[in-house]
Design a binder for this molecule. Structure first.
Ligand code: NAD
Ligand code: UDP
Length: 334
């Protein structure tokens, strides 16, 4: 524990309080992690360059004496004294990560090197937010951690997929070569409040379009599948992974294994927001994975975790969030 970790706080014994760095802490997942770790009584340092977020998600934390915000790009070195690092920094939406693909690879690779170097110097434990995209367009279904994937190294998604794969390599090499305490989670599609309304990912797109009375943009025929996890379930398992036995380093799939086609998702959103909005078909993006569903046996056995929130409940909560955000007066079906 760092020297200042012994300062008294309300919610936790001084001996258990940690100083925790969350990179990408202003983003969708990062901001929920900030909330949860502050609630547990820890000190949280949020590092973000606001590439795919704004201060909006963390505005409510700025007055908290245990919260600190640093505007910083993780592709540059960072010198701090900390106990744990959640390395969440990286745009996650295909629209955002393909906007500046070179920066995306740098964020994953240089960012991992800088954060692993920081962990090595301070002795901090470090968790990497990896992704189901390391499996590419998977041939093995559902995806198990032992599957090596089917990734195009030169396509428009490669900056993200290969960047995250290289980051995993670095995490395992820092662990083997330098004894850094590492953890790797492979996150499958997650949704919920605090996604950016212009994020470009499917759940936020469909909800925002339906709330604004615009047609839902379905890419291709909508037969491609994803498995959607509600944010609260995901934050729980990320923290469980960080706190798991040192011998458990992953990679571990985390997500909800209930699989839906994108057409089914569009129908769910329509039924909850407005039956009157239409569906407009747009071209399927290049290398769009045709199917995705996590095998979460490892998370169940090692972390005693399984998701609890079903799509129906999670989508209703997410619609309420966007309804407030957009200030639209529309009836959300119960
Ligand atoms: P997000 O885009 O909402 O958040 C990412 C945050 O990282 C943003 O605040 C952004 O400004 C910040 N960031 C980007 N580049 C940075 C840089 N160079 N330096 C500092 N900050 C930087 O995305 P999210 O959904 O919250 O995803 C968080 C992490 O989880 C990402 O690493 C992502 O790859 C991973 N992940 C998310 C999902 C998902 O479904 N949400 C799925 C798989 C993996
Ligand atoms: N998608 C869609 N309409 C949209 C946005 C996305 O049909 O407006 C599809 C996309 O082609 C993909 C799936 O929804 O098959 C999930 O896309 P997202 O960008 O959310 O994440 P991905 O899992 O592809 O990284």
């Amino acid at each position: 524990m760092s020297i200042n970790s012994t300062r008294a706080v309300e919610a936790i014994s001084p001996w258990k309080q940690k100083r925790i760095l969350i990179t990408g802490g202003a983003g969708f997942l990062g901001s929920h992690l900030c909330d949860r770790l502050l609630t547990e009584g820890h000190e949280v340092i949020c590092v973000d360059n606001f590439y795919s977020s704004t201060k909006q998600n963390i505005l409510h934390l700025l007055d908290n004496p245990r919260f600190e915000l640093i505007r910083h790009d993780v592709t540059f070195p960072l010198y701090l004294e900390i106990d744990e690092i959640y390395n969440m920094a990286c745009p996650a939406s295909p629209v955002h990560y393909q906007h500046d693909p070179v920066q995306t690879t740098k964020t994953s690779v240089h960012g991992a090197i800088n954060m692993l170097g920081l962990a090595k110097r301070t002795g901090a434990k470090i968790l990497q937010a990896s992704t189901s995209e390391v499996y590419g367009d998977p041939i093995v279904h559902p995806q198990v951690e032992t599957y090596w994937g089917n990734v195009n190294p030169i396509g428009p998604r490669s900056c993200y997929d290969e960047g995250k794969r290289c980051a995993e390599t670095l995490f395992f090499d820092y662990h083997r070569q330098h004894g850094v305490q590492t953890k790797v989670v492979r996150i499958f599609n997650t949704y919920g409040p605090r996604m950016h309304p212009n994020d470009g990912r499917v759940v936020s797109n469909f909800i925002v379009q339906a709330l604004l009375g615009k047609p839902i943009t379905l890419f291709g025929e909508g037969t491609q599948t994803r498995s959607f996890c509600y944010v609260d379930d995901l934050i729980e398992v990320i923290i469980r992974t960080m706190n798991s036995d040192d011998a458990f380093i992953g990679p571990v799939n985390i997500g909800n294994p209930t699989e839906f086609t994108m057409l089914e998702l569009a129908e769910v959103v329509k039924s909850k927001v407005s039956q009157n909005v239409g569906i407009v078909h747009k071209p399927l993006p290049v290398n769009d994975p045709t199917q995705r569903k996590p095998d979460i046996s490892l998370a169940k056995s090692e972390l005693d975790w399984a998701p609890k929130v079903e799509l129906d409940e999670g989508i209703t909560k997410t619609i309420s969030y966007f309804k407030n955000l957009l200030g639209v007066e529309l009836k959300v079906a119960a």
